[in-house]
Design a protein around this ligand. Structure first.
Ligand code: HEC
Ligand code: HEC
Length: 461
């Protein structure tokens, strides 16, 4: 099949060449043909977003999603009342962090560069497209054991105390929504006494005590007036909002669906490098269970410098308390030390910082790091890059480099032009326009059903 396809394309290219007479047109046709082949060899279809409702087995419920949006922005979900999901997952950055390392409770209510407070342990990832992630979190600690987040038949595994108790939830994101309000340093605070279930019961009690929420849940879920709101309703609403943030229609998707003009020449050349000699796709995978998300959802040691905050309410690892052991925290196996999940790369161009601890603040630097990890890691300094409370001494790097993934051990040489192409592909070739800040900040509610004051978003564009 593929061979026939190829012949047809060559034949159609000939009259084009004759008509234009220019070598540029011929080059473009050749570039398009090569990229189309590479994408089909990689089993990339550009049609993943279309699968959302099929795989959910129903239509997206816009009413429930909109209630989820209000909840996502409301500090009522934090028992300490000083943080909401959106305090860390900011709409100005694809519902990801504005900071290199998240700031949870005891913050100054700002969301943006001016946010201050004690640091948690890692950077907040974007929630865009998480409907398709079979494993969640930097160390993959929440997973769908079927390998498919839409399929709970093999159960969902979470660390203790939840373990496998969330397996009856319909989707991995619905299960995940049980966790953030129980995280002490993120939303709950350390003062409340009780278990995770007690914390969830407290959040649900507050929702039930809020007439606006009673009404909104009743409408969204068709409840009777006497039916109480449960945590299942809350989790379903949060998940539905995140399902509605499926933004996987980037230039590369359109190109794969046949729109050859959807990508610029530079992005196309960058894509060839990404799927070819730059070796990116071997980890940032698209086929099968990767759901075209540009991640193998497998942890690797990438040699990222260990940023250590001056003030934290989390527990860091290692003798100096300045390290992050990554996957080892979950498995307890030293062989998993410093391993982090391959970042899904869609819409990464809207992020202000990169890697699990935001060590880099320019996409160029994050990509260059991969091309020569030792040089990048050994020459790294947070000074001048990161806010002052993250610019202190970094944790040790040599033990990290000693465990470096074999796939990134040898430097890859690219010309300057090739590097620019690769960056262009990652920055804009993978960007769905709907993920841009100007679109997403429109989702910020003016008022909240709880009547709590909204978060102060520092968005000036
Ligand atoms: C204090 C900041 C903070 C708050 C508040 C917060 N998150 Fe997160 N979120 C994070 C961080 C940090 C991670 C990654 C943590 C890790 O991997 O160790 C994360 C991970 C996630 C992920 C997984 C993303 C992925 O790529 O795997 C989802 C989904 C998510 N959060 C949803 C939510 C929802 C829903 C809420 C509110 C109920 C919420 N978060 C509240 C900081 C926060
Ligand atoms: C060995 C597997 C591997 C290969 C090969 C690889 N990456 Fe990565 N990449 C990762 C991992 C793992 C992370 C997350 C590391 C962390 O945060 O600790 C990552 C993170 C990134 C990020 C930062 C994303 C974010 O959200 O912070 C970008 C950009 C990126 N990779 C691009 C590339 C490009 C371009 C290539 C090809 C030159 C490439 N990667 C090759 C494993 C790989």
């Amino acid at each position: 099949m593929r061979a026939t396809h190829w012949v047809v394309r060559v034949l159609t290219a000939v009259p084009l060449l004759a008509a234009s007479g220019g070598p540029a047109r011929a080059d473009d046709a050749d570039l398009d043909r090569r990229l189309a082949l590479v994408l089909s060899d990689a089993e990339f279809t550009g049609r993943i977003a279309e699968q959302l409702e099929d795989r959910l087995g129903r239509k997206l419920d816009r009413g429930v999603a909109d209630l989820g949006r209000l909840l996502f922005f409301d500090r009522l979900l934090g028992v300490k009342l000083d943080n909401a999901c959106a305090g860390c997952h900011s709409p100005a950055h694809g519902f990801g962090d504005t900071q290199s390392i998240a700031i949870g409770i005891d913050n100054n209510n700002k969301v943006g560069p001016g946010r201050t407070g004690p640091r948690n342990q890692r950077r907040t990832p974007m929630v865009l497209n998480t409907a398709f992630f079979p494993k969640l979190m930097w160390n993959s600690r929440f997973s769908a054991d079927s390998g498919d987040p839409f399929d709970n038949s093999a159960g969902f595994t979470f660390p203790a105390p939840e373990g496998r108790t969330l397996s009856r939830q319909p989707h991995l994101l619905t299960a995940q929504a049980f966790i953030p309000p129980t995280e002490r340093n993120e939303m709950a605070g350390f003062e409340f006494e009780g278990t995770n279930d007690d914390l969830r019961a407290e959040v649900v009690r507050r929702l039930n005590d809020t007439p606006n929420y009673r009404r909104l849940f009743r409408q969204a879920f068709g409840l009777d007036p006497e039916d109480p709101i449960t945590y299942d309703h809350l989790a379903a609403a949060l998940a539905e909002f995140q399902f509605s943030l499926t933004f996987a229609d980037a230039p590369v998707d359109r190109f794969a669906r046949g729109r050859r003009a959807a990508m610029t020449r530079e992005e196309k050349q960058g894509a060839l490098l990404f799927f070819g000699k730059a070796g990116c796709v071997s980890c940032h995978a698209v086929a099968g269970g990767a759901n075209e998300m540009f991640s193998d959802f497998t942890p690797h040691v990438l040699g990222v410098p260990q940023v250590a905050p001056a003030r934290t309410n989390s527990v860091f690892d290692g003798p100096g308390g300045d390290e992050d052991f990554g996957l080892e925290q979950v498995t307890g196996r030293a062989a998993d030390r410093y391993k982090f999940r391959t970042s899904p790369l869609r819409n990464v161009g809207v992020q202000p910082t990169f890697f699990h601890n935001g060590a880099f603040t320019r996409l160029e630097d994050a990509i260059a790091h991969h091309l020569d990890v030792r040089r990048s890691a050994l020459n790294y300094t947070p000074v001048g890059r990161l806010p002052r409370d993250l610019a202190g001494p970094t944790g040790p790097i040599r033990p990290v480099l000693a465990r470096l993934d074999p796939l990134v051990r040898d430097p890859i040489r690219l010309t300057e032009a090739e590097f620019r192409q690769l960056v262009a592909f990652v920055r804009t070739g993978l960007l769905d326009e709907r993920a841009r800040p100007e679109n997403l900040i429109r989702l910020i509610p003016d008022r909240l059903p709880s009547r709590l004051a909204p978060l102060d978003f520092e968005v000036d564009d």
